[in-house]
Design a protein around this ligand. Structure first.
Ligand SMILES: Nc1ncnc2c1ncn2[C@@H]1O[C@H](COP(=O)(O)OP(=O)(O)OP(=O)(O)O)[C@@H](O)[C@H]1O
Length: 322
């Protein structure tokens, strides 16, 4: 991953918020797929859009990329309207669509060279292929590539023009675990070089690994926005244990949080104050000589936050971070 030449830092002026999306809407006929979405991405930051299937992630990304006009709201990329001002924006961004379309009979090198011909200051083709680990496939035709290799070719084309802002729509879908990790490493290197990244993903570990901030989208709206820690903090922690059969659940002390007890005397406490709950529980167990078996205390996870959003039809927009 070494040897990536960063874009000149002076290029593009000093726009702190590289991407600004304000109350953006997008409709297909009568159907409103994006229903008033607001977020911003600062220079050098990676912002991840997570969401259920059909939440509106791609629809949002496409209008931010300038590929379509939003039906409402305001978008600025590097200070320009990406649709009306695409001549100013396009040379400075890289786009990896969910499904790239390549001529099937060209080789990998020919495809990249053709794309490089449309760019002002592209990287050498060989360097771009090296970045995505496709050097050994340079001479084969696109139709001979596996699905994961095509994804990597997509990524090579997206970074070919040394973009200041990179838009990645599900960049690691279909990749094997090693290729996913290589892609993450490449994205991290680009971030270190000051590139700003907006990506969509279905993979929560990808967001946890890469995102400075993220938003969970559901039914056209951003339902949670913030850092991973901020989004996760919206969910309760879980303290769980099994009570000995001889100890009825009624003997438990009052614990802050919601209690769930199953038939096997297994108890889960969902609490916003994990430490206090745990302290109260352990003191009680010591004082009453009760052994709490399989005791565990775990903070909430991003998966828990995601599932809470996905299973809640009435979720309203909640901005977790200021
Ligand atoms: N060209 C189109 N015409 C009509 N409806 C569309 C069109 N494109 C998308 N939609 C609808 O808009 C909604 C949002 O789609 P979108 O592809 O943006 O979601 P997504 O969050 O990217 O989904 P996924 O995670 O499944 O890729 C979906 O209900 C989809 O069926």
């Amino acid at each position: 991953m070494e040897g990536i030449e960063p874009f000149p830092v002076t290029r593009g002026g000093d726009v702190a918020e590289v991407v600004e999306v304000s109350d953006v809407r997008r409709s297909y006929g009568d159907y409103e797929a994006v229903r008033g979405v607001t977020f911003s991405v600062a220079r050098g930051e990676l912002f991840a859009l997570l969401g259920t299937n059909g939440a509106g992630k791609t629809s949002t990304l496409e209008v931010v990329e300038g590929l379509a006009r939003p039906s409402g709201g305001r978008i600025r990329v590097l200070g320009h309207d990406p649709y009306a001002g695409r001549a100013s924006v396009r040379p400075r961004i890289g786009v990896m669509l969910q499904q790239g379309g390549f001529p099937a009979d060209l080789t990998v090198t020919e495809t990249a060279a053709m794309w490089a011909g449309t760019l002002t200051a592209p990287r050498p083709v060989a360097e771009a292929l090296e970045l995505v680990d496709l050097t050994h496939r340079a001479g084969v035709t696109v139709k001979q590539l596996s699905g994961g290799e095509k994804r990597r070719l997509d990524l090579a084309l997206a970074v070919l023009g040394r973009p200041e802002v990179l838009f990645l729509d599900e960049p690691t879908t279909g990749l094997d675990p090693e290729s996913r990790r290589n892609t993450w490493a490449l994205v991290r290197t680009l971030l270190d070089d000051g590139v700003t990244v907006l990506l969509t993903t279905h993979y929560l570990d990808e967001a946890e690994e890469l995102a400075d901030r993220l938003a969970i989208m559901h039914r056209g709206r951003l339902v949670r926005t913030g850092t991973v820690a901020e989004v996760v903090a919206s969910q309760p922690a879980t303290v769980s244990f099994a009570l000995p059969p001889s100890v009825p659940r009624e003997r438990l002390p009052e614990l802050a949080g919601a209690l769930v007890v199953d038939d096997g005397n297994r108890v889960e406490v969902h609490t916003d104050t994990m430490q206090a709950t745990l302290t109260g529980l352990l003191l009680w167990a010591r004082d009453h000589d009760v052994e709490l078996r399989e005791l565990s205390a775990r903070p909430a996870s991003l998966e828990q936050a995601f599932l809470a959003v996905a299973s809640s039809p009435e979720e309203r927009d909640v901005e977790v971070a200021a």
